[in-house]
Design a protein around this ligand. Structure first.
Ligand code: DAH
Length: 344
């Protein structure tokens, strides 16, 4: 009995030592100390022992149980520490690693330009209007004094859906639409930004789709000097206080007289350089006094009312302002290009 207990103790302690994890340890505990284990069995068999032997063996069995229990606890602690260490090592965070950059989007440079232009004109009392991109032949051309077969239609090659429906070639149709809405009663002071479409081959300075901003002011006694004053203020706010404008005679069917407006070159300060083709001036928009026929067709009495109108290309403004040499940059979505226009 004595030898049996001694070998059981040795065996159990060895098994405990060999256990690799808490599950294996639990199995050893059940095998040796459990109700069906060998030690319980020894204690049960005590009745068969003599009165002298009984306390000795009982004492010994208890000592063996205590020794195994102690070893189990010690091993359990050891295993737990190891498990925690392993967990810490696998989950460790290196606080010295650089963080992952958060990618922030930027508003598109053309959006920025449109918003700047809107701010400037809103500051002068203009309101922002919008019109459809799919337009009728009537608003895109006829109401602007361009009857069918008018030679000036050739200036704007168009995408037609039917004889009467096309992608608008300019934002000018919004002039006619807005005048109709006002039902012959001024004053009317609007700008209209939007997309326009022309059958052009794309290259560094042409795109089949681009943006324009239209302007229209109709009231009693609107004069050419009002047009010049408004555009001069616009040019200075947009490009800088040191900039000037000049008006050159031109032709548009919907204005009479018509002008093209140049802004003084910001690179050479008007001295002449490569950018302004040695003229000191850069063209920024078309404008003029609204043709009396255009006023009349949209319901305004041309004897009582007069007005001025202008139209500018948004890409062109952006290219001049940011020194961009290819219009296609605006549409090809290269993040390296676009992220340069992030606003503070
Ligand atoms: N619609 C013209 C174009 O696309 C630009 C323009 C010129 C608009 C003169 C106007 C204007 O309102 O008065 O070329």
């Amino acid at each position: 009995m004595k030898e049996r207990l001694e070998s059981l103790q040795q065996e159990a302690l060895l098994k405990v030592e060999e256990a690799q994890d808490s599950k294996a340890l639990q199995e050893v505990r059940v095998a040796y100390l459990g109700k069906k284990g060998p030690i319980t069995e020894v204690l049960r068999g005590m009745g068969k022992l003599s009165a002298e032997e009984r306390p000795l063996i009982g004492q010994m069995a208890n000592d063996v149980r205590a020794a195994i229990t102690e070893k189990l606890e010690q091993k359990e602690q050891e295993l737990q520490e190891k498990e925690i260490e392993a967990q810490l090592a696998s989950e460790s965070i290196d606080v010295t690693l650089p963080g992952r950059p958060v990618q922030l989007g930027a508003s598109h440079p053309l959006t920025n330009i449109v918003e700047q232009v809107e701010d400037i004109f809103i500051g002068m009392g203009f309101e922002v209007e919008e019109g459809p991109e799919v337009e009728t032949d009537y608003y895109n051309f006829e109401a602007l004094n361009l009857p069918k077969d008018h030679p000036a239609r050739d200036m704007q090659d168009s995408f037609y859906f039917t004889n009467e429906l096309l992608l608008r070639t300019q934002t000018s149709p919004v002039q006619a639409r807005t005048m109709e809405k006002y039902q012959g009663k001024g004053p009317l002071k609007i700008i209209c930004p939007g997309k326009v479409f022309r059958r052009d081959d794309d290259d560094a300075t042409h795109s089949h789709q681009f943006m324009q901003i239209e302007g229209l002011y109709v009231d009693e006694n609107v004069r050419m000097s009002d047009l010049k004053g408004v555009l001069e203020l616009f040019a200075k706010k947009m490009f800088g206080e040191d900039r000037n404008i000049r008006l050159r005679p031109s032709f548009f069917p919907f204005t009479e007289p018509s002008v093209e407006v140049d802004v003084s070159c910001g690179i050479c300060k008007g001295q002449g350089c490569r950018i302004c083709k040695h003229t000191g001036w850069i063209e920024i928009l078309g404008a003029g006094m609204v043709h009396p026929r255009v006023l009349e067709m949209s319901g305004f009495d041309s004897k009582k009312y007069s007005g001025f109108a202008f139209g500018m290309g948004v890409e062109r403004l952006a290219m001049l302002k940011h020194d961009i040499d290819d219009i296609r940059h605006f549409y090809t979505n290269d993040l390296r290009f676009l992220q340069q226009f992030r606003r503070a």
